[in-house]
Design a protein around this ligand. Sequence first.
Ligand code: HEM
Length: 321
Amino acid sequence: MASHKLLCIFLFVLHFYSGHSELQLNYYSESCPNAEEIVKQTVITLYKEHGNTAVSWLRTLFHDCMVKSCDASILLESINGIQSEKISKRNMGMRNFKYINTIKDALESSCPMTVSCADLVALAARDGIVMLGGPHIEMKTGRKDSKESHLAIIDAMLPNHNDSMLYVLDRFQSVGIDVEGTVALLGAHSVGRVHCINLVDRLYPTADPTLDPNFAEYLKRRCPHPDPNPLAVEYSRSDLQTPMILDNMYYKNIKNNKGLLIVDQQLVSNPITSPYVDKMAADNDYFHDQFAKALLTLSENNPISEEEGEVRKDCRFVNHN
Ligand code: HEM
């Protein structure tokens, strides 16, 4: 009994000093009751003007949350001793950051200095997913924004396109996402594009035999240079059939050897992940359910405390105090 009491005190103290904050549903219900609606309406407006913004919000959430915490560190620009995470090779191809400011401006004009950029990233991803025909995800809020960039640890946190499946599973496991959740989250590659620089190793000098030969020919036409200029806008869409819909076509494609990245193809060839690929290819609702569950876990990774973080006025810069 006494040891149970001691354990409780220990856990309480650990929680207190670990500096993590609790997220909650409708965190802004008093301070900014329209916050979620403002994000949603702006995401819809942006989507109508530039459909690929919705795709971007999804990748931005992954690249923010996987690296230490969902704390909007990815949005910081290089200035005043900060080195932006945007310059990392892992973040190559990320786009539409300027429209984050559009969403933030809408929030600031109704509720100055109230809604964090980290919550904006999470909510925009949630609303973007709906625009892409994905599931609606009930999300908590209350995240705080970091005052620093995590550029130095990105390579250790974010898997690369050609990492082994075991390594990838381990990285996701470290943020509480199991094998089924990892397979579901990679279904995000049902939308968007991949630049040739991430593909050419599978095409030259000879095409990867795990690629469907006709598809390899198609990709070679999209990526005619074995050594593409990283700045060139040469890419292929991830899913040629339904490129703007977050559906299970991704799993059907990879089963047909039409996965773009090595990591995509490995989902099918690895016996640990392949049973889930089969299930997701067969059932879109099951994919959506697992995707929603895993995305929620990702979006709640390691929120920082009020003391450690802040609510940035401009998502690109830490506040001047
Ligand atoms: C092992 C894990 C993953 C790896 C190695 C990976 C890698 C990549 C790479 C290399 C690209 C292409 C970038 C380019 O050439 O422009 C990409 C695109 C994308 N990824 Fe991932 N990814 C992973 C997991 C995820 C997850 C979990 C999500 C979201 C839940 C996600 C969302 C996206 C989206 C939406 C795009 C398209 C972006 C656009 O068109 O602007 N990825 N990913």
